[in-house]
Design a protein around this ligand. Structure first.
Ligand SMILES: *[C@@H]1O[C@H](CO)[C@@H](O)[C@H](O)[C@H]1NC(C)=O
Ligand SMILES: *[C@@H]1O[C@H](CO)[C@@H](O)[C@H](O)[C@H]1NC(C)=O
Ligand SMILES: *[C@@H]1O[C@H](CO)[C@@H](O)[C@H](O)[C@H]1NC(C)=O
Length: 231
């Protein structure tokens, strides 16, 4: 009897002493604007100072998606299921951008950049590099002040290489719409993993227009929230 209660006390003490695991918050995302962040990337290294221009973070992969989709390898596979892949032969065109997702991490460089793969996961993005197409940058909301695991994407349609890979007219809206349309068209599959995606348009995160937007290309201010489930 005495032994049993001591054992219980010992276990209770152990449970209290154990550090709390840093658990991901079970929410779709936290609006970066609420804690010093913003829904535009930093394209010019000014880190949010006056005159800083960036690309709209116009797609969010919800933190309520299947956990594996939110990992680096899992997101690459999902991206491949909707027609994107890693950059041509691992070559990187242009500098990375950063973003402040209001999660306590401040401005952090993009995690990765993927390009439309024209049906070939290995070499198709080489074609994108030449003829232009859709591309995306990924930022993860995982700082301690908003550890949602959500992935914020800056999606845009690019010109071909001769045009210096600038964004086409209306390229932010077009890139977002094309990605979302492919994602929700039906079950998507890559390397044996299948996904269903539900989309919801959010209009309160970023104002419509050109304020702060790189290349002076207006956006409609819509951010599409995608909740991705592995089936
Ligand atoms: C972000 O990328 C730039 C360019 O590659 C690099 O100079 C800088 O050190 C990076 N910043 C961080 C915080 O990794
Ligand atoms: C947060 O995400 C970044 C970018 O993917 C990663 O480098 C970093 O290790 C993550 N931090 C934690 C605490 O998981
Ligand atoms: C979101 O808005 C875009 C642009 O108006 C539209 O093409 C798309 O169908 C909308 N998606 C949803 C899920 O409402």
């Amino acid at each position: 009897m005495l032994f049993t209660s001591s054992a219980v006390l010992f276990l209770a003490a152990f449970a209290v002493a154990k550090p709390a695991p840093s658990k991901r918050a079970a929410v779709a995302f936290v609006d970066p604007n609420t804690d010093g962040g913003r829904m535009l990337t930093d394209a010019d290294g000014l880190d949010g100072q006056a005159g800083d221009l960036g690309e709209p973070l116009n797609v969010i992969i919800s933190g309520l998606s299947s956990a594996d989709v939110l990992t680096d390898a899992g997101f690459l596979n999902y991206a491949q299921s909707i027609g994107f892949s890693f950059e041509c032969l691992g070559l990187h065109l242009g500098g990375p951008q950063s973003a402040n997702l209001g999660d306590g991490n401040g401005f952090v460089n993009q995690t990765v950049e993927y390009r439309q793969d024209y049906g070939d996961e290995e070499l198709g993005t080489c074609l994108e590099s030449l003829i232009g197409g859709n591309h995306l940058r990924v930022f993860r909301q995982n700082g301690t002040e908003a550890n949602t695991g959500a992935l914020f994407l800056a999606v845009s349609q690019e010109e071909n290489v001769a045009e210096g890979h600038t964004i086409v007219a209306n390229g932010y809206n077009l890139g977002r719409n094309a990605l979302a349309a492919t994602a929700i068209a039906g079950t998507t599959t890559a390397n044996g993993v299948s996904y269903t995606t539900v989309a919801q348009n959010l209009t309160t995160l970023l104002p419509a227009g050109t304020a702060g937007v790189n290349h002076d290309i207006a956006t409609d201010g819509i951010t599409t929230l995608l909740t991705v489930t592995i089936v």
